[in-house]
Design a protein around this ligand. Structure first.
Ligand code: AMP
Ligand code: GLY
Length: 422
């Protein structure tokens, strides 16, 4: 099969690696890809949101299946567009992608179907905000309704902050929508739970815990994710049953009733509080960096699984996992998530020799002639598989030390919840 993979992050490099490893893959194109994917696939630097151009490239390269990494093309309807043009694609349609594309849509769906989630109010103006403030205690969470590249959520300590952040959203700070969701703060432990879904079935596709704050001990501003590990200890068999019964079933049932069946990866973002799961968010794609710790534990051919899913025959495939654990630490450009330099040489990268159980997934990187340059805030995902999280982390930090990239930084405490000697 010829595959087109959309996206350019660490998630896409890890997906690309699994597709490359598959017996079923022939040619792979990444649109646009990064320096890592360019070693195992052909990068094509076009804007994947230009659907007509995308279609031309897909036809020219005789692509048999398109796999979508990030949310934006899904929310903008790339799946509907490609299907209309008779191209096979793995991902949810535009309606189902609203689970991520509109917080108001997701929260209303939860309310109508009694799915456990934080108390909330969809606000269109200051009056709506003030009404909610009267009845609730701080902290409160303000969320922009539409896609906001991970910057749409603010945890507010007081009324002044809520009003400031809300006002910015009403004025159109995020182009995707001027609505917002104001919600109760849930104090618990976060975890990410993943599924593969087709028209008739769904299958467990791993669990993980991300570390969103830039600083050690979970301090400082939020980022796209500074590191992750899999599996997430807090998602026990018992917890999984609750997640499926209370959250996943009712959601997929609603989409089915509307004849807008979900297909693709489904990321269930949870807060676990008093041993109960609450839905914080849905993402209609794999997580980044969660994907980078889930795929190395997968023992079944990814492309085979996805091919079954596209035919709505997920039930016929048995997904096997390694018993081993996996962790990734994200090496970032100094300054991230604020301002940082781009085009900085990562001198030692080509010299690093990795064992079979370790991987460096590229995120913000690019090639120029012989050099690999940084090209974003999150640059490399140093990933390792092993028996204990403690040993894995030691191993990853050794690799980062060898890399000795003076313009980068990372968190040394990834996995603190599951490593005793923090
Ligand atoms: P979201 O984009 O909805 O995932 O929100 C980003 C992050 O904000 C989440 O990963 C949580 O860490 C935090 N967050 C969002 N909603 C809540 C909530 N209701 N209570 C506590 N933390 C939250
Ligand atoms: N790791 C968070 C996300 O992918 O949204």
């Amino acid at each position: 099969m010829n595959i087109a993979l959309l996206g350019s992050g660490g998630r896409e490099h890890s997906l690309c690696q699994k597709i490359y490893d598959s017996k079923l893959s022939k040619n792979i194109i990444c649109i646009p890809g990064n320096a890592g994917t360019s070693k195992i696939a052909k990068n094509i630097d076009i804007d994947f949101l230009n659907f007509n151009k995308l279609l031309k490239v897909i036809k020219f390269h005789k692509i048999n299946l398109v796999i979508v990494g990030p949310e934006e093309p899904l929310v903008k309807g790339v799946v509907d567009f490609l299907i209309k043009n008779k191209i096979k694609v793995f991902g949810p349609n535009k309606y189902a992608a609203k689970l991520e594309g509109s917080k108001a849509f997701m929260k209303s769906l939860c309310k109508k179907n009694k799915i456990p989630t934080a108390e909330f109010k969809i606000c269109r103006n200051k009056k709506d905000v003030n009404n909610f403030l009267r009845k609730n205690i701080f902290p409160l969470v303000v969320k922009a309704d539409g896609l906001a590249a991970g910057k749409g959520v603010t945890i507010c300590k007081n009324k002044k902050q809520v009003l400031k952040v809300s006002n910015e959203i009403f004025k159109g700070k995020f182009k995707s929508s001027k609505k917002l969701v104001l919600e109760e703060f849930l104090d618990g432990e976060e975890a990410s739970y993943f599924l593969l879904v087709d028209k008739n079935n769904f299958k467990f596709f791993g669990s993980a815990q991300d570390h969103k704050k830039v600083g050690e001990k979970d301090t400082g501003p939020n980022t796209g994710g500074m590191g992750a590990y899999s599996p997430a200890k807090i998602i026990t068999k018992d917890m999984e049953k609750k997640i499926i019964k209370k959250i996943v079933y009712p959601t997929l049932r609603v989409l089915k009733q509307k004849k807008k069946n979900y297909t693709g990866f489904l990321y269930v973002g949870l807060m676990i509080k008093d041993s109960e799961p609450y839905l914080i968010e849905y993402n209609v794609r794999m997580g980044d960096p969660e994907c980078q710790v889930i795929l190395p534990r997968l023992n079944t051919d990814l492309l085979r699984i996805i091919s079954f899913a596209v035919k709505n025959k997920l039930n016929s495939v048995n997904i096997k996992w390694k018993k081993d654990k996996c962790m990734t630490i994200v090496l970032c450009s100094k300054g991230y998530p604020g301002k940082y330099k781009k085009n900085v040489k990562i001198k030692n990268l080509a010299r690093i020799k990795l064992k079979n159980s370790s991987f460096i997934f590229h995120a913000g990187t690019k090639y120029t002639d012989e050099d690999i340059l940084s090209n974003g805030g999150r640059v490399l995902n140093i990933t390792s598989v092993g028996k204990t999280f403690e040993k894995i982390r030691i191993n990853i930090i050794k690799i980062i030390k060898k890399l000795n990239w003076k313009d980068g930084f990372f968190r040394r405490d990834i996995g603190w919840r599951v490593i005793q000697n923090k």
